[in-house]
Structures are given as C-alpha cells and as structure tokens.
Ligand binder design. Structure first.
Ligand SMILES: [Zn+2]
Length: 404
C-alpha cells in the first residue's frame, strides 16, 4: 500500500480551493467507487427470499434486518456478490443430514428462481470472466458460496452437485462442529480435533472441481488441517483480524501469514461483534438468551421459525438497541490485514443479512463509504480495486486453473 494521502489532499485543494476540499473528496471517492468492480464474498440475502412480506425490488428499512435489495444494491453500486447457500445446523444424524441437503437444494433453487425472474438485473456467474461480462452489461453478478459443509448432507457426491448448481466456494464450518470438522465457536469444545476424514475428502474434491475452500468459521485446528490438505489457495470469505479484536471468528497473524503464503485472501467481515469490543447491556443479553431458548424449543428449530426469529430480534433491537462498531474500526482491520499479508490478499465479505453492518456501512447502500475511508487513509485507486474484487477474482481464477 502506498501512502498518498498528502498528495491526494494537495491535489483536491489545488483543484477546488480549501473550503470545498471535503466535497471534492466525496466526489472523487464516488468516481473511484464507480470505477471499481465491487464484489462482496458473503451476502446472506437468500435468507430473505422466503421471508414473509420481503420483495427484492422494494427498498427495505435496515431496522427490519434486511440489508440488501435491488434499490440498495444500485445505491451502493455493488457489482457482484457471493450469495450464501446457508444451512442452519441441527443434529449430526442421518435424518438431520438428509434434511440439510434438502434445505440446501431449496436455497439453490430460490437463488436460481430470483435470477430467472430478473434477467435484466441479475446473472449467475461461475468464473471471473463471467463476472466481468455481467458487470459490463450493467448487471449484478450473482456468485454462489455454500456456508456450512453440513449442507452436503454427508454425501461427497454433493460437492459436484453443488458445483453444477453454481457453487464456487464452500465454507466447511458454521457456528457448531459438524461432520467435516470443528468450529471456532462450538460451546462444547472440540469434536474431531480439526478436520474429520470426510472433511479431508471434501477439500480434495473441491480442489479437483475448482471450488474455493473457505476457512471462515473453522476452529484453529481445522484451519491448519485445511491448509495442510488443500493444494489450491484458500480463502476466508468473511473473517477479520484477531490482533485488532480478539474473537475466535477472527484470524491470528500466524494464520493470516500462512494464507498469504499460500496465495489466498481474507475478506474482512463487518459484523460489529467481530470488529470491536462492544458494550452489550445485561438487558439485551438476557433478552437474546431468552429468544435463543424459545427458538431452540420450537419444533423445527430456527430453520423452520425464521419469521418468528426476525420479529423477536426486531423487537429486542427496538427495546435494547444493538451497539455497533464503526466503519473506522472496520478499516483498522483492513489496515492490519494489509500490514501482515500485503495488499494482494485482502478483500470484503461484509456478512450483510447475516448480522453484518457497522455504523457508517450498515447496509449495502453505504459501501461507498468504505471506498472513501480507504482513500482518506492513503490507499491508491489500484489498491482499492484489488480490495474490492481484484484479489478475490485472482484467487478464483487460480483455483479454477489448478483444477484443470
Ligand atoms: Zn457466517
């Protein structure tokens, strides 16, 4: 990263006179943002597709826990995104696994149906070249990433099946240990001590097909096992830096260095709780715990009761507003990732619709503020283009080349 802030400010002042420099900075950031191909590697927007009363073409109030829709994709100029086929985890039993694979199929179909409904706005992209073609045609490129290897239903064949349905990364883990390996946040502690034998087979199959291996949500032990097994560069689709905020979902400097050495990327996560230490009131903590217990006791768990989950969370947020990290704190993570890994290994996976959002970039309509903050901190336009998509698309191309 080159520090050109001084030259940048001097240039804007020379153009405009001192009193208008702030406005010129904003305009210039808007130009840089518009010229960049913006890509976010983790949108949980497919969760919204079955939500009662939610419509892709409507602009929603972020207070309703919706962060991405067509009007806001346009307002924020998000050119491309990995839409997550996320499956909530339940029991590691044959029935639980079969239900997970069925749920994944349903989510794939809902994404394909949305694209088919809006061919003038959306296009499925499975290669970097297809992403660029879609964006040149003025469309939003929808890429697909699977979140939680539990969604494979324990069937190795499903890796190929999901590839055929468009998946180009699979996050092996989510919040709990699954049949592929251990999670960074399972309250019960380790189950396998890293990747399971099935998890190793899945990584090899992903390498064979050209699907990016995503380490986000993996326990440290699983992370190191993944790096040992994969022959292609791995990614962290939505993770930040543990040295900036010590959270098990974030990555240590050793892990960041190892990912950079393997040619991978880390896509910074805007979920406030992972960005900074937040003061959550005891009342809010108690209300969230109570909601969790209620949902767990309902038949079908959270997966079958999402409308009730959203209603309860909106109500809790009104009564006890959630504390938020700031955009500046988020960019502190980017600064650290760049310092440890270099400019060629950092990107953005904001986790919108999955809890992501900071003060200043709370939904997709506000992602231009990130470009502005990066410019303010001295990142060049070339740096910013790498962060917004260049690095990720390079890795995606490399993973696909390695498969051939
Ligand atoms: Zn996640």
């Amino acid at each position: 990263m080159q520090r050109l802030a001084v030259a940048f400010f001097a240039a804007t002042m020379a153009l405009s006179g001192c009193e208008r420099s702030a406005e010129v900075l904003t305009t210039d950031a808007a130009t840089v943002h518009a010229r960049a191909l913006t890509l976010d590697t983790h949108l949980d927007t497919p969760l919204m597709l079955s939500r009662t009363g939610w419509n892709f073409l409507d602009r929603h109030d972020p207070a309703t826990l919706s962060h991405v829709d067509w009007p806001r994709i346009r307002a924020g100029e998000l050119d491309a995104g990995f839409w997550a086929v996320f499956v909530d985890q339940a029991e590691l039993t044959p029935d639980g696994l079969a239900a997970a694979a069925a749920e994944a199929d349903r989510v794939f179909s809902s994404i394909h149906a949305l694209i088919a409904e809006h061919p003038d706005k959306l296009v499925l992209a499975t290669t970097p070249a297809a992403v660029r073609t879609a964006v040149d045609a003025g469309k939003h490129a929808v890429l697909i990433g699977v979140e939680n290897g539990y969604a494979l239903g324990g069937q190795l064949d499903n890796v190929q099946r999901y590839y055929d349905r468009g998946a180009r990364y699979i996050g092996l883990l989510h919040s709990s240990n699954n049949d592929l390996g251990d999670s960074s946040t399972d309250k019960e502690g380790p189950l396998h001590g890293g990747l399971s034998e099935f998890g190793r087979e899945v990584v090899r199959e992903m390498n064979r097909l050209g699907i990016m291996v995503d380490v986000s949500h993996a326990a440290d032990s699983t992370f190191w096992d993944i790096l040992e097994v994969t022959t292609a560069p791995p990614i962290a689709s939505h993770s930040s830096a543990r040295a900036v905020h010590d959270h098990p979902r974030n990555l240590s400097d050793d892990m960041l260095q190892a990912l950079a050495e393997r040619g991978g990327v880390v896509q910074v996560n805007a979920l406030s709780n992972y960005v900074a230490a937040l003061d959550v009131s005891p009342e809010r903590q108690a209300a969230l715990a109570e909601m969790g217990r209620e949902l767990a006791s309902m038949s079908g768990g959270r997966r079958a009761n999402r409308d009730r989950f959203w209603a309860a969370l909106i109500d809790i947020n009104e009564r006890y507003p959630p504390p938020l990290a700031t955009l500046s704190e988020l960019v502190d993570h980017i600064d650290h990732l760049v310092a440890v890994m270099g400019i060629d290994h950092v990107g953005v996976g904001a986790d919108f619709d999955g809890g992501g959002g900071v003060d200043g970039m709370y939904d997709v309509s506000e992602i231009g503020n990130l470009t502005q903050e990066l410019l303010k901190r001295g990142y060049t336009e070339a740096d910013i283009q790498k962060i917004w998509s260049g690095n990720l698309l390079r890795v995606m191309a490399e993973v696909q080349r390695a498969a051939r």
